[in-house]
Design a protein around this ligand. Structure first.
Ligand code: GLN
Length: 318
């Protein structure tokens, strides 16, 4: 802090002494002890160091997001310049959140939301956190879509990210999201409400397209689980230990979900209908081959912004 008089440090005495028994289960208690008497700027610096120490590269940015989350509605800058605004309760809350992050809980799950395309979506441990890579699929579909009415199907919708991003861009689109997980569907429904798209989005529980009638959809999209079981075990703890395995595990060769989905695409889509599937960076040729074997046509592979193959798309024959 630059304040000449020196900032008043934050006192956690209430938390540390009076209520210690009741509060001892509080995850951030050890941090509160370490931060006793420090001002917000020092607490912030210490937090960044702790995240850097465990290898979290965007430490400064993450600490900023976490502080902003607990200081709402006051901004971080205001709080740094007027320490009186910062109650020990808020910092204790921050200590709980930082402790979760130090335990490698994904930032999106701690904050409870994640930006995706033009939307800000609710995220829980029941859904895959929407990834920037997946925006390549949204962009590719939008580039092939006019303003006409159309029905879109999202298989394994999770948070609803792909479906809702598309519906939000095209007012004449209506959509159905399918997921095997009822917990994920609850999040998708919440996201439809939060983005004002509930009237055009339906969600049902099911295994890929199994329960759906034929020829009903103009567009089919999916970001299925595609990580091989072997690779999954070696992923960073944020993904491996905190995101739903059902949304990641593509079986022994990473292609199990594609086999099920692709076998059903010719039946589910109208003649000439568009499909777009997210893929892993090394799966373009296998997934392309599966789509060709199913009789699908005009097959293209699209890269994400990192230059990796990320989407296989094409059409049902006319
Ligand atoms: N892209 C995600 C990851 O690498 C995986 C998404 C998926 O399996 N559909 O963590």
């Amino acid at each position: 802090m630059t304040d000449r008089a020196g900032p008043p440090g934050i006192s956690f005495q209430d938390l540390l002494d009076e209520d210690l028994r009741e509060q001892s289960g509080r995850p951030g208690l050890a941090l509160c002890q370490a931060w006793q008497g420090l001002g917000l700027a020092d607490i912030r610096g210490d937090s960044v160091e702790r995240l850097l120490e465990i290898g979290i590269e965007d430490a400064a940015l993450e600490v900023r997001f976490l502080l902003q989350h607990v200081l709402q509605p006051d901004s971080l800058n205001l709080a740094l310049h007027d320490p009186a605004l910062v109650s020990w309760q808020r910092v204790a809350h921050f200590a709980d959140l930082l402790t979760a992050r130090l335990n490698r809980k994904p930032l999106s799950q701690i904050l409870g939301s994640q930006p995706f395309w033009t939307l800000d979506l609710a995220v829980t441990p029941d859904v895959l956190t929407p990834r920037a890579d997946t925006e390549a699929l949204v962009e590719a579909v939008l580039a092939r879509l006019g303003d006409e009415e159309a029905q879109i199907l999202d298989l394994g919708t999770g948070s609803g990210a792909i479906l809702l991003a598309l519906l939000n861009e095209r007012p004449a689109l209506r959509g159905l999201g399918v997921d095997l997980s009822s917990a994920a569907l609850a999040v998708a429904g919440q996201n439809a409400a939060r983005t004002g798209l509930s009237e055009r989005a339906d969600f049902i529980e099911g295994r890929w397209g199994a329960a759906l009638e034929s020829g009903r959809f103009d567009i089919l999209v999916s970001n299925p689980p595609y990580i091989t079981r072997e690779v999954l075990a070696g992923l960073e703890p944020e993904v491996r230990d905190h995101e739903p395995t059902i949304a990641l595990d593509g079986g022994s060769d990473g292609l199990e979900a594609y086999r099920d989905i692709i076998a059903d695409i010719p039946r589910l889509l109208v003649p000439g209908g568009l499909f777009a599937l997210e893929i892993g960076y090394d799966q373009a040729s296998s997934v392309r081959a599966l789509t060709a074997a199913a009789g699908l046509v005009d097959i293209e592979v699209i890269c994400d912004l990192g230059g990796n193959d990320r989407v296989v798309l094409g059409h049902n024959p006319r």
